[in-house]
Write a protein that binds this ligand. Structure first.
Ligand SMILES: [Zn+2]
Ligand SMILES: [Zn+2]
Length: 269
């Protein structure tokens, strides 16, 4: 059983309106033992006509997480997490910024290429699915080589999510060499990956990354794996966790990873 959700967003993220306390109450109602709140920390991105606060208000965010930790300390363990939008030009920016605050857990994700969020579909224009995946995974490889300030890399192959149906489906055969280099780099650095169940909600029929990629990470000696729903609303908290525990048990894995003060610890599933 997986009763920990290590990827949650609240209204402190630019793409969520979910009240944090309602999420905590929902997690308690679901019987979860632990959650990591991981709101978006993005910097230097093209926001087009997006109105409102794009960056993370870290002092207010941290104060709110601390308030929740204290108020619900007898009911659920709440970790202070963050999801950074990793970009090549910010490899020196994030470490300095992240050092200021006492994070438990940091997800590094690739949401943008050339400062443009894949969500908009613009990066995909004029490209085939394979060209898009070539571009994305080479980009991720540069990121994992140049970044150290994270615990796990987020939704490793979610490039299949956006751009339309023609971009669906990981071509793992074609991407195998570069994905292998990404995984080997992560293993060598002692960094983890996450299983992100949001893919089910995008009708990908699987989680991120593809199960074969997770198996390969373990084969290469990787051990650090967190599991998260990437919920942006409380209804999605802990969704499809049973599918993850079935998969992990099916391949003989008995542990997932939790973090405190950026230190990994293994817990039984
Ligand atoms: Zn993300
Ligand atoms: Zn997220």
């Amino acid at each position: 059983m997986i009763d920990r959700d290590y990827h949650l967003h609240t209204a402190f993220s630019n793409d969520s309106t979910q009240d944090m306390e309602e999420s905590v109450i929902r997690a308690i109602e679901l019987g979860l033992r632990e959650i990591a709140i991981t709101d978006h920390f993005e910097h230097d991105v093209e926001t087009f006509d997006f109105e409102g606060e794009y960056g993370l208000n870290r002092p207010a965010y941290i104060a709110k997480v601390r308030e929740m930790q204290e108020k619900y300390k007898n009911q659920i363990l709440i970790k202070l997490g963050v999801e950074i939008g990793a970009q090549p030009q910010l490899a020196d920016y994030y470490p300095g910024e992240l050092r200021r605050d006492p994070w438990d857990f940091i997800i590094a994700s690739c949401h943008t290429i050339d400062r443009i969020d894949l969500f908009f579909g613009k990066v995909q224009e004029g490209k085939t699915r394979d060209e898009m995946q070539d571009l994305y995974f080479r980009h991720v490889l540069e990121l994992v080589k140049n970044y150290d300030c994270f615990s796990v890399f987020g939704h490793l192959d979610y490039v299949t999510r956006y751009g339309g149906p023609q971009f669906r489906g990981l071509n793992y055969e074609r991407q195998f060499p570069v994905i292998d280099e990404i995984l080997k780099t992560l293993v060598a650095k002692g960094k983890g990956i996450e299983i992100n169940t949001s893919a089910f909600r995008y009708n990908e029929g699987r989680f991120y990354p593809h199960p074969d990629v997770v198996k390969r990470y373990f084969e290469l000696g990787g051990e650090i794996l967190t599991v998260g729903s990437d919920a942006h609303r409380k209804e999605d908290i802990a969704r499809d966790m049973d599918r993850v525990s079935d998969f992990l048990k099916g391949i003989g894995r008995k542990y997932i990873t939790v973090f405190e003060g950026l230190q990994a610890r293994f817990v039984r599933i």
